[in-house]
Design a protein around this ligand. Sequence first.
Ligand code: F6P
Length: 379
Amino acid sequence: MLKKVAILANGGDVAGLNAVIRAIKRTAETHGIECYGFIDGYRGLVENNFIRLDYNPLADGILPKGGAIIGASTNTIVFHYKVTNPDGSVEYKDLSDLCVENYKRDGFDCIFTLGGDSTQKSARDLFIKGINTIGVPKTIDNDVACTEVTFGYNTAVSVAQEALDRLHTTAETHHRIMCLEVMGRYAGWIALESAIAGGADAVLIPEIPYDINKVADSIRKRIARGKQFSVVVVSEGAVPINGEASTVNADIGQGTGISRKFSGAGEKVAKELESIVGLEARCTTLGYMQRGGTPTAYDRVLSTKYGAKAMSLAMEGKFGVLTVIKNGKLDCVPLEEVVGNNKELGAVEGGTEESNIRFVDLNDELVTTARNIGICFGD
Ligand code: F6P
């Protein structure tokens, strides 16, 4: 009998986190189960810091609210946890046993892990160590393996589409090339779908290395047809043929080796297009606008479905799984499948070559649709 469950949110915020929290909490209330939230993701589990959510007025009215009422932490890996000693020196420790101890001592029956590929990697590892985890796939990048869609993605696409509508007017009025850089480090879903929704002329995604001259040619053809402007969507992880993604060094991985921050892809494309085509070019980087704020109706429904399903799985005693959408329907898959080849317990996670990221399939109907209507991929 399930008595006491907890939720944690890990990684970057997305719209819909609170909608998932609400759905889990309400399903728990319906079935007389206590529901808690760890504060700031895995950090709360390490520090044994949690609040009660069921019948707590603080957790009411949260469906339209951006962010997560229980906070979230990024790059927090309990197997490689940054500890600052009293003398100021820094050490990385495996605190997973402490997490298991906390979980057992407080009598939790299950933890719902709301997060992307690296969060679910830790959930798989903690499941092996004895914590009943159930993952819920969260990321605006839409790149979690084994599911057709993650929550937060639809809102991010809508924000990018609105930005494209607005950039179109400047492009047209000033006869410019307007580039919009959107998020998506390894997978170009946001760029691709927002390019279609926002009527862009070209889209550059990590899965299709681009030749800037091909993009320039497509813009020149538009100019020849009397279109003195173009709109280009650039995924932050876009890669030129025989080149590298635009990154800067940044210590964002807590010593795990994750030290690349994606930055500058859109500016680079704008600069190159301006010099090749001769039209003025500008770049707008959408950044965190895509993650914050209220979820779309689609994300509210998807998040609610994911949350209620996660709680149902817990009541059935199905742990070590991820809630997914498969063939358009709610389902679940073992976290083991989600982790892919990144099997080593506590291994550096997220964005590694072994990570099981869901890339844009080059035969995906979104790609063929975009090509059919003449959107240039720079290939
Ligand atoms: O993983 C989602 C994501 O939105 C990426 O597309 C982006 O590169 C990253 O988060 C940035 O997150 P932060 O700056 O919070 O580490």
